[in-house]
Design a binder for this molecule. Structure first.
Ligand code: NI
Length: 171
C-alpha cells in the first residue's frame, strides 16, 4: 500500500471523464488499497480515483461514524439508474477543494448499479448521506465538482481563491 497525492483545484485533471474498468484485476485492487489508505489519512469519507490522478471509474467510501468500526466500500463503474424527484440538502466538502464547504441540493434517493471488488454486479438503493456521497463521487468520474452545483458567485469566489494559492505555491 502507498499513500497517493491528492490533486487539488484548479488541477485540470479533475475535469477529465474517467474510463470504465474492464476487469477487476490485481492492478485495480492495488489502486483501491492505495485509495483507502489515502482517503483515511486525509481524512475523508469518499474518494474518486481521478482525485489521485488516475482516470478510472473507481470510488472508495467509508461512512462509518468516528467511533464505529471501519466500513470500507468500493464502487467500480458506478452508474445512477434512478433518482428521486424529492431533494435533500447537505453541506458538502471535497478533498480536492480543501477547507471549503457549501450546501448542495441533490436528489434525496438514488438507485446505483456498480461492480464490486470481486467483479460482481451489484445494486444499491441509497438515501441520506450515502445518496449524497454516491452522487458527489459519480460526479467526479464525469469531471464534475460539487462547486458546479452552487451559485456562480460562490463558485467564482472559491475558484479565484484556489487559483491564487496555486500561483503562490508555484512561484
Ligand atoms: Ni470530492
Amino acid at each position: 500500500m502507498a499513500l497517493r497525492e491528492i490533486i487539488i483545484l484548479p488541477d485540470k485533471r479533475l475535469r477529465l471523464v474517467s474510463e470504465p474498468v474492464k476487469t477487476v484485476d490485481a492492478e485495480v485492487r492495488a489502486l483501491v488499497e492505495d485509495m483507502f489508505e489515502t482517503m483515511y489519512e486525509a481524512p475523508g469519507i469518499g474518494l474518486a480515483a481521478i482525485q489521485v490522478a488516475v482516470p478510472r471509474r473507481i470510488v472508495t467510501m467509508d461512512l462509518a461514524k468516528k467511533d464505529d468500526p471501519k466500513d470500507p466500500k468500493v464502487y467500480i463503474n458506478p452508474e445512477i439508474l434512478w433518482s428521486s424527484e424529492e431533494t435533500g440538502t447537505y453541506e458538502e466538502g471535497c478533498l480536492s477543494i480543501p477547507e471549503f464547504y457549501e450546501e448542495v441540493e441533490r436528489p434525496a434517493r438514488v438507485k446505483v448499479k456498480y461492480i464490486d471488488l470481486e467483479g460482481q454486479a451489484q445494486e444499491v438503493e441509497a438515501s441520506g448521506l450515502l445518496a449524497t456521497c454516491l452522487q458527489h463521487e459519480i460526479d467526479h468520474l464525469n469531471g464534475v465538482l460539487f462547486i458546479d452545483h452552487i451559485s456562480k458567485l460562490k463558485r467564482d469566489r472559491v475558484k479565484k481563491r484556489f487559483a491564487k494559492t496555486a500561483k503562490r505555491t508555484t512561484e
